[in-house]
Design a binder for this molecule. Sequence first.
Ligand SMILES: [Zn+2]
Length: 356
Amino acid sequence: MVLLSQAGDRLACAGHATRPAALSDLDFPFTVPADGEPVEILPGLFWLRLPLPFALDHVNVWLLDDGAGWTVIDTGYGDERTRAIWDRVLAGWPLRRLLVTHFHPDHAGLAGWLAAKVETPLAMARTEWLTARWLAQDTSDQLLDSADAHYATAGLSEELRRRLRARGNAYRRGVALPPASFARLAAGDDVTIGGTGWRVIVGEGHAPEQVTLWSAERNLLIAADQLLPRITPVVGVWPMQPEADPLGDFQRSLEGYAGLPADALVLPSHDRPYRGLHLRRRQLVDHHAERLDRVIGLCRAAPTTAEVMDGLFPASLDLHQRGFALAETLAHLNRLRAERRVERWREAGVWRWQAV
Ligand SMILES: [Zn+2]
């Protein structure tokens, strides 16, 4: 499975995009640079957009002046096109430090490859490094068996399950093996980059321990996928932890940004830098509250998880998007179960859900 956040236009049809009217309330001060061309948007801070081979066609990475060299935040996807861009960009930019926000392939894809060019260890949260290091190497049948068992209990058709299994471990396709050692970043840590202080704020829900960086000095938040301006990050339950409550984690994590100034500039990993952090937080909270209500409405006639998914998402989704849709559906069902608003039971090996 590829664990990426998804594209705006695709998500709009999947019902994930927040109301377009809200867009005008966010302020986007910069124009989008060409892919592969670093642009200095603030003193000593460059925005580099890297292409992605998905519906969501780009990821933003940040280069920060770190005195004798540059600190790079995130790496892009692990393909030849991205390596070629880095080879060209880094020719003029001595790399000093590498920091990766979370394990997803569009962020950590080249962590192993870029880390080999730096003298200090890759900086990452422990759970993110462990997950990347594990998933990039797991070729076991057990991984696919357990995912298939998960999809069976969700009530997915045999045909869909066969196609999902045939993808194998898709994570490995986009991720060079991450390094065998790392430097741990944890919530509340203070990090100095080029004389500027940054505080680590961990955002859960989209990824287990996603690192975001706040600089009070510069009134800047490097937000990774936690606070994207126009699309919502995938908050999903994955086969490796079917009982997880990532939406609860996500909602709680958003409160970790409540004390930041309203006019802070947010640097997201997709789309454009923006101002309007608290408005965006509220939109994300409201978006999921609406989705929870919709899911409750779909749980009147004891549906399977797959049936709830079909009620939430259009049938036209491709296989890749369908994996996300199921994960999102379960995230909402598990949250409702934690709130005791739905109950579930097993019938012929398949979970059924009922509004309480
Ligand atoms: Zn992500």
